[in-house]
Ligand binder design. Structure first.
Ligand SMILES: [Zn+2]
Ligand SMILES: [Zn+2]
Length: 373
C-alpha cells in the first residue's frame, strides 16, 4: 500500500459508504476507503449509472461469489465519474480535483492481448479487462479505485455533462464498438436488432458513421420515439411486422450492408446472418452467456453456402483512455441528446431501489442516473 501525501491527495479519511453485493442481495454498507497502488487513482464519485451487468453481479452470476470474497462481498458497479481524490506515486498527468472518468473495462495496457489491441480480453481471458464490480470492488461507492490510471483514466471536458460522460464510459463505448469495427461506408444501410441501451448506442453510432438508413428491430412495439431520436429511420418489431420480408423489401432483396445483433437472443443470430447482404458484415454485440443452447445456428444457404463473403464480427468494448477521450470529444460536439438514455434519476441513498426498478420491465428504466451530491 502506498503512502500518499501533499499534491498526491489526502488519504486520512478511512471510511466510505458503498453498495455491496453479498449472498444474492445488495445494500449500502460502511466500507474501508480504497487506497491507491502506485499506478492507481482514487476517484471521489459524483455520478454513476447501472446496467444489466450489475444485476448479474448482485445475483452472483460472476466469479466473485466464492470463498472469502463472498463473505466480504463486493462493491457493485462499473459506470461512474467523479473528481481525483488521491494519486498513486507513479501516475502522472492528473491533479487533485480533476473531473475524470474511465471506461467500465479497465485493462492493464501491457499484457499480450492489450498490446495486440484486444484490451477487453486483458490478461488472456475473455472479458478479462472487465474487473470493476466483477473480480474487484466496483464504482458504486463514495470513492472508487481506477487501476492502471495512465491507461484508463481521462479528464472530462467542461462542456460534457455528467449524463454524457456516463454514457461515454460504458453504453456508448460498448454500443459503438460493433459499428466502428465494421468500418461501414457512407450511405450504408444498417439493421440493428435489439434496442436496449447498447442497441440504441449502436443505432446512434451507425447514424454518426454515415449510414443513410438505420432499420431497428425490437421484439415488441414501444420506444420508437427514442430510437428515432437517435437516428433510426425505420422501426420494426416481431409482433407487428414480418421483419425478414420487410428488410429484404427495403433493400431490394439484397439485405443490409451491416447487421448489428444487440438483442442477446440466440434466435436473432441466424436472422442477422440472413439479413446481411453478400459481402456485408454481421456484427455481434450480444453476450450469449447463460443461453440454454451451447451453440449458435448458422443458416448455411443464407450465409452463401460458405462462399458469400459475409464477415461475422464479435467485439467486446473498445476501451482505453485514448478511445474514451475521443468519445467525450464527440459528445462535447452534442451530436445527440444523452439524456434520451437516462430515463430515471436517483440519489445514492436510493441505489437499491434503482437496481430493483432497473430489473423490473414494468417500470421502464433504460438507464438510471445516480447522483452523489
Ligand atoms: Zn454497464
Ligand atoms: Zn492487459
Amino acid at each position: 500500500m502506498t503512502e500518499v501525501v501533499g499534491d498526491r491527495g489526502d488519504v486520512s479519511r478511512r471510511d466510505m459508504r458503498a453498495f455491496v453485493a453479498r449472498g444474492g442481495g445488495a445494500r449500502i454498507e460502511t466500507r474501508e476507503l480504497p487506497q491507491p497502488g502506485p499506478n492507481d487513482v482514487i476517484v471521489r464519485t459524483t455520478a454513476a449509472s447501472m446496467c444489466s451487468a450489475d444485476i448479474a453481479t448482485v445475483k452472483g452470476d460472476f466469479d466473485f461469489a466464492t470463498g472469502s470474497v463472498d463473505q466480504r462481498g463486493i462493491v457493485v458497479g462499473h459506470e461512474a465519474i467523479g473528481t481525483v481524490h488521491a494519486i498513486g506515486e507513479l501516475v502522472e498527468g492528473f491533479e487533485i480535483g480533476d473531473r475524470v472518468g474511465a471506461a467500465s473495462t479497465s485493462p492493464c495496457g501491457q499484457c499480450t492481448n492489450c498490446q495486440r489491441g484486444f484490451k477487453g480480453h486483458c490478461g488472456g481471458t475473455i472479458w478479462g479487462g472487465y474487473t470493476a464490480g466483477v473480480s474487484r470492488d466496483g464504482y458504486l461507492a463514495e470513492f472508487y479505485r481506477v487501476t492502471d490510471a495512465r491507461e484508463n483514466l481521462v479528464r472530462i471536458p467542461d462542456g460534457v455533462s455528467d449524463a454524457a460522460a456516463l454514457l461515454a464510459i460504458d453504453t456508448l463505448a460498448s454500443g459503438s464498438s460493433g459499428v466502428e469495427a465494421a468500418n461501414i461506408a457512407l450511405g450504408s444501410t444498417v439493421v440493428v436488432i435489439g434496442q436496449g441501451h447498447v442497441g440504441l448506442a449502436a443505432t446512434v453510432t451507425a447514424k454518426l458513421q454515415g449510414a443513410a438508413r438505420v432499420i431497428v428491430v425490437k421484439n415488441r412495439p414501444g420506444g420508437e420515439d427514442r430510437a428515432r431520436a437517435l437516428g433510426a429511420t425505420v422501426t420494426l418489431n416481431h409482433t407487428d411486422d414480418d421483419v425478414r420480408a420487410e428488410v429484404l423489401r427495403l433493400t431490394d432483396g439484397a439485405g443490409a450492408d451491416l447487421v448489428v445483433e444487440a438483442s442477446g437472443s440466440t434466435q436473432a443470430f441466424p436472422l442477422a446472418i440472413e439479413l446481411t447482404r453478400l459481402g456485408g458484415t454481421t456484427s455481434v454485440l450480444s453476450s450469449y452467456d447463460g443461453a440454454a443452447e451451447s451453440s449458435l445456428s448458422l443458416p448455411i444457404e443464407q450465409w452463401g453456402w460458405g462462399l458469400g463473403d459475409k464477415t461475422i464480427l464479435s467485439t467486446f468494448q473498445l476501451c482505453g483512455s485514448e478511445r474514451i477521450s475521443r468519445l467525450l470529444r464527440l459528445l462535447e460536439s452534442e451530436p445527440f441528446d444523452p439524456n434520451v438514455f437516462f430515463t430515471h434519476t436517483y440519489s445514492f441513498d436510493e441505489v437499491g431501489r434503482a437496481l430493483t426498478e432497473l430489473g423490473d420491465s414494468s417500470v421502464g428504466v433504460l438507464k438510471p442516473l445516480i447522483q452523489f451530491r
